[in-house]
Every structure is written in structure tokens, then in C-alpha cells.
Design a protein around this ligand. Structure first.
Ligand code: MN
Length: 276
């Protein structure tokens, strides 16, 4: 039996793999660790002492969850230290607190603020929101400079909400000599297409918010974008998918799991082979 594609995650843009929890309650550490485990996120807990900053600098987590009501050192002090140090300033901090002092927390540089008790769903939503903020502040880094393709190599816009697919496809297309920019939903795809004028768009159909079909229709209706080839990707080969994609204006259609060779072959059919 063919393994079904995992359900679309409720929240996409999950870029946090490694989170530092600064907290002195073992109950809360256990609870948060359990929530994060379900999201495949690794948790490191540290007690909120004077060395919390050192710990953050040492392990360079993707994100910090910081309890305000800590006994040894005020969470506010730790937040201030984290945001004053060049080695930790860019690590987003989410505050967990018994009391709602959200505006104070945000003013001191916290990315988000959660009031206890926290549910797993709340935590997931806030992580997703922070991931989006981060993506806006720090756009996805380009490949290391020695492998970075030259500007004249064709630019592909990859609209896809699944992080694992984004990583896989970006790596593969970059290796093949394309430049890649990404979008996580239909609206973002249209914005990026308008701003970047890609040579071709690879469009996942199933995305949260505006889906790929609607985005493709809007691209076709936009005189500035109408001539950009769109290759649609659908999660499952369903009868009628091909027709729906083509009716929306896609030039071509591939069903997931996508064969990377086939994708590159299809791209090359529109753009010609890449000179490397
Ligand atoms: Mn999707």
C-alpha cells in the first residue's frame, strides 16, 4: 500500500527545531517538552539563573521560551540580557507568564507573550506566528556563497507550505543550477511573483489561506504575471485534479510524491537546460 502523505500540518512555516526553555518548574518543563515533542521539536531546559544568557549563547537555540516568574533571577532581567547581547539578540523569545504584561514584554523585545496555563494548541499557534514574523524579518538565507548560483540563472518561485518539501525541493533545484525563492501560501506567492518576476512558478495546490488553484487563477488574470509558466503540485492524484489545475491556468501538473527528476525535466521543458 502506498503510504499517504502526512496530513497538512495545521501550521506551516515551522522553522523551530531546537528550543531552549528557561523555566524552574519541572511540571511546566515536562508539559512544554511534551507539546514540543509532538511537533518534532527538541527541547533543552535550563534553570533561570545568571547563566541563562551563557546557555543561550552556547547552544544557539532557534527560539527561547522564557518564564517570567522565576525565582533566581527576574525573567525581565534575562530578557533584557538576551536582547542586549549580539550573540543572542536575533533569537526570538516567547515569554510565559502568570500575569498579562504583554505590552511590557513586547517593548523589551519579546516576540510573543503567553499567559499560563498554556495549551499545546496555543503554543503551536504562537510558534507559527513567530515563525512568520521571523520569515519576514530574516528572509530565508541563500545557499552558501561558494555554491550560490549566479544571478543570470533562472529564478524559480516555489510556493509550498510544507517545510520538509521546501527544504528538499530548494536543495535539489539549487543543485540543478536554479535560483529559488519561496512562498508559503497563495497570497505570498502572488506577492513574491510580482516582486521577483520568476522565470517559472512551482505551485503546491494545497496551502493554508489562499490555495494554489486560486493563486494560479489570479496570476493568470494579472497582465504582469500571466505569461509565467506554472507547474502545479497536488498532494494526491485524484481524478479531475489535472483538469482543475489546467482550468485554473497551470501549464503542467505533477502529483506528490514528486519525482525530483521529473520535476526538473518538466521545468527544463519550459526554461531549457540550465548552463552550469
Ligand atoms: Mn501543501
Amino acid at each position: 500500500m502506498k503510504k499517504p502523505e502526512p496530513a497538512e500540518p495545521l501550521l506551516d512555516t515551522f522553522s523551530f527545531r531546537h528550543i531552549l526553555v528557561i523555566e524552574d518548574s519541572t511540571t511546566i518543563i515536562e508539559q512544554i517538552t511534551r507539546y514540543l515533542q509532538e511537533l518534532n521539536i527538541e527541547t533543552v531546559a535550563h534553570s533561570p539563573g545568571k547563566d541563562a544568557l551563557d546557555k543561550a549563547v552556547e547552544i544557539q537555540p532557534d527560539l527561547i521560551l522564557l518564564d517570567l516568574q522565576v525565582s533566581k533571577l527576574s525573567g525581565w532581567q534575562i530578557l533584557t540580557q538576551l536582547k542586549a547581547d549580539a550573540r543572542s539578540i536575533n533569537i526570538p523569545v516567547i515569554i510565559i507568564s502568570m500575569v498579562d504584561e504583554r505590552s511590557h514584554g513586547l517593548a523589551l523585545g519579546a516576540a510573543e507573550y503567553l499567559v499560563k496555563p498554556i495549551s499545546g494548541q496555543q503554543l503551536q499557534q504562537v510558534l507559527s506566528r513567530v515563525a512568520r514574523q521571523q520569515a519576514d524579518i530574516h528572509p530565508a538565507p541563500l545557499a552558501p556563497s561558494e555554491t550560490q548560483p549566479k544571478a543570470e540563472q533562472p529564478l524559480i518561485l516555489l510556493a509550498e507550505d510544507n517545510e520538509a518539501n521546501i527544504q528538499l525541493l530548494t536543495d535539489y533545484l539549487t543543485d540543478e543550477g536554479y535560483r529559488v525563492v519561496t512562498a508559503r501560501n497563495g497570497l505570498e506567492a502572488i506577492e513574491r511573483a510580482t516582486a521577483e518576476r520568476p522565470a517559472l512558478i512551482v505551485m503546491d495546490i494545497q496551502m493554508p489561506g489562499m490555495d494554489g488553484l486560486e493563486a494560479t487563477r489570479r496570476i493568470r488574470a494579472d497582465t504582469q504575471l500571466a505569461d509565467i509558466p506554472v507547474i502545479a503540485l497536488t498532494a494526491l492524484a485524484m481524478p479531475g485534479d489535472r483538469e482543475r489545475c489546467l482550468a485554473a491556468g497551470a501549464n503542467d501538473y505533477l502529483s506528490k510524491p514528486v519525482s525530483l527528476k521529473k520535476l526538473v525535466g518538466t521545468i527544463a521543458a519550459y526554461l531549457g537546460p540550465v548552463k552550469t
